[in-house]
Design a protein around this ligand. Sequence first.
Ligand code: RB5
Length: 153
Amino acid sequence: MYKNKTPVIIGCDHAAYHLKEKIKACIIENGVDIEDVGTDSEDSVDYTDFGIKVASAVSEGKYERGILLCGTGIGMSMVANRFQHVRAALCSGLFAAIMSRRHNDSNILVIGGRVTGEALAFAMLEAWIETPFEGGRHQLRIEKFDRIEQIKR
Ligand code: RB5
């Protein structure tokens, strides 16, 4: 059972539908509430639409944490990171999943269903859910995301 029970919102496209279903089941087994915004089959869809649903919910504070999956994870991370307050981390290894929480306070985990196998996805998921943000100097760094226009001048 995960200790962190923060509710999660999840979305995917057709390329990661099966992995999304497995991740959802794993989250439910671990006693965490989850909202699934689809997709619900292998029929071709635009990953953008599902990325927008999850990222907007996180951006607006309806959920603290989200999970997005597509074939490579690249499209989903591109969409999600356009939203204010979203820090989406595309991870294909355990170290990155842990560090995305410790140093970047990532609030959306992105996984590529055509890149990452089930066992690694489960390991990254648990680490990402349970690892706290370290704050301190890392807080100051992520706060600069909201001041990019000022800083670049
Ligand atoms: C779908 O074919 C694929 O383009 C999508 O899942 C994703 O990998 C995009 O980045």
